[in-house]
Design a binder for this molecule. Structure first.
Ligand code: NAI
Length: 434
């Protein structure tokens, strides 16, 4: 095991500022705050040692403190080298929670931070739950510390890319514990991925570049949940948006939502901004870079930085790299300047502060429910990937209605019978797609 390091953050004196922002965020996170109220006496996470690896933002601080208030011991790292808000990390460290995260770390430090979260306190007890975003913590445990897997009740995974990795493991028989796919709760992917990006995509470009977005030509690669939110974000700013897709269903959706749908090579030469949202690799490659016009902006809002071929860019034009400010770099390709944001890593967390609290409350309420479930009832699960039941998905949504002044109709028994549901839900069959 590793020596005990209580925490590592950029600047602990930022804690007071972080605390004030956490308090503001709490008012926007009714799902998490109501779980604190509901479970304050029963303490369903007592005994759980949850290692978390998820963007160390203000919103995540509210998640961490919710897990603690339900009885858990928690350690934390960030799942991206640029996504930590240093004041949030400081406030969490100041509250006595072991957190290892700062904005602008290198890859080696990134892995060091994750590793610190595996063992708890001075007596170095190993984790017994995983809360992950993208699968890097899961991979660290399963690849480097496989002997720890046996003592872990289960894991919950936040994002599309991490969930892909889990289904892959399940298929290959290399998933040694039950997992809950939080991403595919309706109240996660149809809200965070979509409405979250609708707010945070444009926010990132503005904070990074201050460029005028109205009238600009923006290419959004991918029209899944993140792509839908991202395209809407730029449309809302007055940009002329083109979408690229490989899936005919999503391409048709984009077209019928009023977007031009083209191949990247058709439109790249006119693009002012290109943003990738695919969760796939090699979307923007050498030939695309070479076709871009002067001062074009290229960025990615998917989980990993391999959507943009940064390897080619750095190998062939790295000598022209000029840092304008942290996470904003200018490269020159054949005499034309190209602006790269967040080194090709997810731009809304690298150049802005991620999604707003309210939508993250939906995601993190699912996370908390998943942790409670796996901690308390591991015997109900095989080493497979599960989703939360629909009644809990509906509960997460319900917890967020009053903050928005929403009034719900109430089914009458004869109406419920007519559409084949019960008056208290679930209100839709499993196959319904929202
Ligand atoms: P998704 O699977 O719903 O959408 C991805 C879309 O990209 C699909 O429609 C797919 O057909 C399309 N695609 C794949 N290869 C393509 C190609 N070569 N060209 C054009 N389109 C292509 O996934 P989702 O939920 O939208 O997530 C996308 C990525 O964003 C994932 O890596 C996920 O982890 C990440 N994510 C990032 C968030 C953020 O705040 N930055 C929030 C949520 C998810």
């Amino acid at each position: 095991t590793l020596p005990y390091v209580p925490y590592k953050v950029k600047d602990i004196s930022l804690a007071a500022w972080g605390r004030k922002e956490i308090e503001l965020a709490e008012a926007e996170m009714p799902g998490l705050m109501s779980l604190r109220e509901e479970y304050k006496d029963s303490q369903p996470l007592k005994g759980a040692r949850i290692a978390g690896c998820l963007h160390m933002t203000i919103q995540t601080a509210v998640l961490i403190e919710t897990l603690v208030s339900l009885g858990a011991d928690v350690t934390w790292s960030s799942c991206n080298i640029f996504s930590t808000q240093d004041q949030a990390a400081a406030a969490i460290a100041d509250a006595g929670i072991p957190v290892y995260a700062w904005k602008g770390m290198n890859e080696e430090e990134f892995n060091w931070c994750i590793e610190q979260t595996l063992f708890f306190g001075e007596d170095r007890e190993p984790l017994n739950m995983i809360l992950d975003d993208g699968g890097d913590l899961t991979n660290m445990v399963l690849d480097k510390y496989p002997e720890l897997a046996e003592g872990i009740n289960g894991l919950s995974e936040e994002t599309t890319t991490g969930v892909h990795r889990l289904y892959e493991r399940m298929k290959n028989g290399t998933l040694p514990m039950p997992a809950i796919n939080v991403n595919d709760s309706v109240t996660k992917s149809k809200f965070d991925n979509k409405y979250g990006c609708r707010e945070s995509a444009v926010d990132a470009i503005r904070r990074a570049t201050d460029t005028m977005l109205a009238g600009k030509r923006v290419v959004v690669c991918g029209y899944g949940d993140v792509g839908k939110g991202t395209a809407a974000s730029f449309r809302g700013a007055g940009s002329i948006v083109t979408v690229t897709e490989i899936d005919p269903i999503c391409a048709l959706q984009a077209a019928m939502d009023g977007f031009e749908v083209k191949r990247l090579e058709t439109v790249i030469g006119k693009a002012d901004i290109v943003i990738t949202t695919t969760g796939n690799k090699d979307i923007v490659q050498a030939r695309h870079f070479e076709a871009l016009k002067d001062k074009a902006i290229v960025c990615n809002i998917g989980h990993f930085d391999n959507e943009i071929d940064m390897g080619w860019l750095n190998a062939n034009h790295g000598d022209t790299k000029d840092e304008i400010k942290p996470q904003v770099d200018k490269y020159t390709i054949n005499g034309k300047d190209i602006i790269i944001l967040a080194e090709g890593r997810l731009v809304n967390l690298g150049c802005a502060t991620g999604h707003p609290s309210f939508v993250m409350s939906n995601s993190f309420t699912n996370q908390t429910l998943a942790q409670i479930e796996l901690w308390n009832h591991p015997e109900n699960y095989k080493n497979e990937v599960y989703m939360l039941p629909k009644h809990l998905d509906e509960k997460v949504a319900e917890l967020h209605l009053s903050r928005l002044g929403v009034e719900l109709e109430k089914l009458r028994p004869e109406q419920a019978e007519y559409i084949g549901v019960t008056v208290d839900g679930p209100f839709k069959p499993e196959y319904y797609r929202y």
